[in-house]
Design a protein around this ligand. Structure first.
Ligand code: GLC
Ligand code: GLC
Length: 637
């Protein structure tokens, strides 16, 4: 203990000395920064030291990181500092029942950043408070993995606009109550990034930014334990460079994994992160978090150092962009997903388990796995929130835990095979029109592409398709967390099979569910007799009711067993002790389901369905129509 205190004091003196030198050289002293540093340096130094402490230059690197953060704080615009003061340490704003997210591609949805700006009135009509713009940075053409191969974090793709426009869009969104979310694609850069070009040219400093090896010895050793992510693109995890060396590329050949065992890489990426924060980005979607740390002899996914790294980035935010939040994108085993969720790590997380199990329930008409997940895996730490979604820009992977399934007598491998064949319409009677993604005959692995509407059966039976879309969203909107809409889904947009004609998209079936702005469908959203109008009206109703229902704030959920395998239920108590609860019911069956009065024995008989405003007598039992959902306000006895 004595020793570690003195090590820290030594480190702190080192950092202070570097900061004074920077100030002598012109950086303006700032007491607000000094206070933050006093508060957060012990944590940052501890995290940084545990990643890099074995290197002789680690304190120098840490000091440089702090000086760089001080500069970034100095440059942070006053309006963002005001936001910091308002939000720092508070989670109630993002846990509010009025929070609603939307996600879209700038070009596909609105041509460019000006087009996005022009859609703000629509976003307000919908009730969005959070807008995720898909990656919009400079990227190679035509292959950029939808922008997930970044060539410069400081330049907007010129087709979409400029950094200046992004900054003013962020400000305009904020003044309309909408937080801008963008990706922090920090696991890899494109092979056209300046760092990658220098590495390719043989510059040793930049070669150390990536995982580059002269021959197959190390790649072979790593690949013994590493999963293939995009097997249709290339086998294994390494690709051959023009000069014969091998570089790590988890995703596509042109996405090179950054080497975070090099503290220079951490510092460089922290700089890019703070740059984005100072443009007015309020939430960073931390892309592919599971992969950011590699260690020989392991799967190189979800390693303990990945968490330390995220916490260190988070500690940098506390110094220089205190209101910035992280959202974890970990599409992995649910035990691992949970480990990223913490106020000191990622305050927000996608909820991929709930997403996948909504689709499982729709296919099987059996809610057992979803109910089990809500009971067992929904609870997360105070000060954090889920982001609940029905689908994203990515494929649907069946990331439930095999051990959970086994408890219900379900074999995980067989069940995934069933779900895959169901959703690509190879199963008799399927309503879904999905497309396989990364079908790997060697391992039997496969994932699913398709828009919500197409996977819900819109092409097969529009009336039922509409009901399934709404049923799926009723879960994402009421279990607790920020609901996230893939824009276009709110008007029932179907698959776009012409994707294969677009250069760069032909080999990636995820483009089938990234269609362009459906103008005519949006125009029909106000006609209730059309499928578009029906979906839109149903979602609007949920959004309105949710934002007026304090019990739906936060993420607390109490499980509820209906005794009926087709009817999902859960209770939402809210946080302010209203005395009432919301009991959500959702019938995944194609037949009406009658729940007897005894099911509701714990409540007073009088209840109201908030969605239809109908009064119910629970002592008469409740019958749900096929695919019907109810949000009942009930009073526990
Ligand atoms: C994330 C993105 C996905 C992309 C991958 C590589 O998982 O969601 O679209 O392909 O990262 O960046
Ligand atoms: C893999 C990754 C996930 C990514 C997806 C893209 O499943 O684990 O992070 O979103 O690939 O398809």
């Amino acid at each position: 203990m004595q020793e570690s205190v003195s090590v820290y004091e030594g480190t702190s003196r080192y950092v202070q000395a570097a900061l004074s030198r920077a100030r002598q050289a012109g950086l303006t002293p700032d007491p607000a920064f000094d206070q933050r540093l006093d508060r957060h340096l012990p944590l940052l130094a501890g995290l940084f030291g545990s990643l890099y402490g074995s290197r002789s230059d680690w304190q120098e690197q840490l000091a440089a990181l702090v000086v760089q953060s001080a500069r970034s704080w100095h440059d942070r615009p006053a309006d963002l500092k005001a936001l910091d003061a308002e939000r720092e340490g508070s989670s109630s704003w993002f846990q509010a029942n009025t929070m609603l997210g939307g996600v879209c591609y700038v070009d596909r949805y609105a041509e460019n950043l000006d087009g996005v700006r022009a859609r703000i009135p629509y976003f307000k009509e919908l009730g969005l408070t959070y807008l995720h713009l898909m990656p919009l940075f400079l990227a190679p053409e035509p292959h950029s993995d939808g922008g997930y191969a970044v060539s410069s974090y400081r330049e907007v793709n010129p087709r979409l606009g400029t950094m200046e426009q992004l900054r003013s869009l962020a400000a305009e969104l904020r003044s309309n109550g909408i937080s801008l979310v963008v990706d922090f694609i920090f696991n890899h850069t494109s092979d056209e990034h300046e760092w990658a070009r220098k590495a390719a040219a043989g510059d040793p400093d930049f070669s150390d930014y990536y995982w580059i090896f002269p021959d197959r010895t190390m790649p072979d050793a790593f690949e013994r334990n590493v999963r293939e992510i995009f097997p249709e693109n290339h086998p294994g995890s390494f690709i051959r460079m023009a000069d014969g060396r091998w570089v790590w590329a988890t995703f596509h050949t042109y996405q090179w994994d950054l080497n975070y065992s090099n503290p220079e890489v951490f510092r460089a990426m922290a700089g890019e992160m703070l740059f984005l924060a100072n443009q007015g980005v309020e939430i960073l979607r931390m892309d592919a978090v599971a992969f950011i740390w590699k260690q020989l002899g392991t799967s190189c996914e979800n390693l303990p150092e990945a968490h330390i790294l995220l916490r260190a980035f988070n500690a940098v935010c506390r110094l220089a962009a205190p209101s910035l939040l992280f959202k974890s994108e970990a599409i992995v085993h649910p035990d691992e997903v949970a480990l990223y969720i913490d106020p000191a790590e990622c305050q927000l997380s996608y909820n991929p388990l709930q997403m996948a199990l909504i689709w499982d329930s729709l296919a099987t008409r059996d809610v057992s796995l979803l109910a089990q997940a809500l009971k067992r895996r929904h609870s997360i730490p105070a000060g954090t929130s889920w982001v609940n979604y029905v689908r994203s820009h990515d494929d649907i992977g069946w990331t439930f835990a095999d051990e959970d399934a086994a408890e219900l007598g379900i074999n995980g491998f067989d069940h995934r095979r069933f779900l895959n064949s169901f959703y690509v319409n190879r199963f008799p009677g399927s309503f879904a029109r999905g497309v396989p993604f990364q079908d790997n005959p060697r391992t039997g692995d496969c994932r699913i592409s398709g828009t919500t509407a197409s996977l819900c059966g819109m092409e097969v039976n529009p009336a039922e398709g509409v009901e399934r879309i709404l049923l799926a969203h009723s879960v994402a909107f009421s279990t607790g967390g920020i609901p996230l809409l893939y824009l276009g889904d709110e008007v029932g947009q179907v698959n776009d099979y012409s994707y294969a004609q677009e250069p760069g998209h032909e080999e990636d079936s995820r483009w089938v569910h990234r269609p362009r702005f459906p103008k005519e469908q949006y125009a029909r959203r106000t006609e209730p007799a059309t499928p578009e109008g029906a979906v839109f009206a149903g979602l609007q109703r949920m959004i309105k009711v949710r934002s007026g229902t304090p019990e739906l704030a936060g993420t607390r959920l109490i499980d509820f067993d209906t005794g009926n395998r087709s009817v999902l239920a859960y209770q939402r108590p809210g946080s302010s002790g209203e005395g009432s609860l919301i009991l959500a019911l959702a019938n995944f069956s194609d037949f009406a389901q009658a729940l007897p009065a005894a099911t509701f024995g714990g409540y007073s008989p009088a209840a109201v369905d908030l969605l239809s405003e109908a009064a119910l007598q629970l002592d008469e039992g409740v019958t749900l129509l096929p695919r019907q959902y109810l949000w009942l306000r009930v009073t526990p006895l």
